[in-house]
Design a protein around this ligand. Sequence first.
Ligand code: UDP
Length: 259
Amino acid sequence: MARRRQIYEGKAKILYEGPEPGTLIQYFKDDATAFNAQKRGTISGKGVLNNRISEHIFLALQTIGVPTHFIRRVNMREQLIRQVEIVPIEVVIRNVAAGSLTKRLGIEEGTQLPRTIIEYYYKDDALGDPMISEEHIACFGWASQEEMNDIADMAIRVNDFLSGMFAAIGIRLVDFKLEFGRVWDGDYARIILADEISPDGCRLWDVKSNEKLDKDRFRQDLGGVEEAYQEVARRLGLLPADDETSVLDFDQHRKKRGK
Ligand code: UDP
């Protein structure tokens, strides 16, 4: 069989040509990077879990009318998606202070924000994804004003929906990153949600213990990285609850395994 054509390889995913024009196969790797790829490693089984978690979330978002690139999951590590023209902006939505916000503005980690903040970063690895304002986006034509309105509206809807979805399973949605793409219909472009939504690009804290259940475990060498991703999948109902780890004793389980 002929090897399929690779379109793009990123830090955590590979895109291959899809079976029909306008489609791609998105392959989830176990590779993990942090701090603009200065720290590299692998998280065993991450690709499989992120494929499932992202499928679950994108399908749920579709039920409330958020347009996404997701078509269907193909196998353990791959999903069929619509080909889009990626808008070169990372959209970060914050509900609680963490990460770069705490460093930049000296706000204590865990501070509940009085209102949700949306930030934009220019997608450019060589520049280290610098933070930008809507002025830069308009000035350099990275997206039109109409597209930015759609992006901000969708980001807020996704945040409201996911905050509730995670709260129901004892998880606080601290912050997360979204990417959007254009699909063309003749001369007319429409914005849809693209990329993935998984613990790689979200901060997810256990409501009771504040235990981190996301990539910060890798970034900060906290150990128990695989278990954290598994715990998110398990609480979403994507993995059978086994007797080794109950929903409530994640921390105990991690200590038992010496991580
Ligand atoms: N994020 C991401 N990719 C990036 C930068 C950030 O997925 O290139 C996510 C990150 O996981 C977090 C949120 O966006 O959930 C906010 O990240 P922040 O700006 O605090 O940067 P970080 O501390 O992760 O470098």
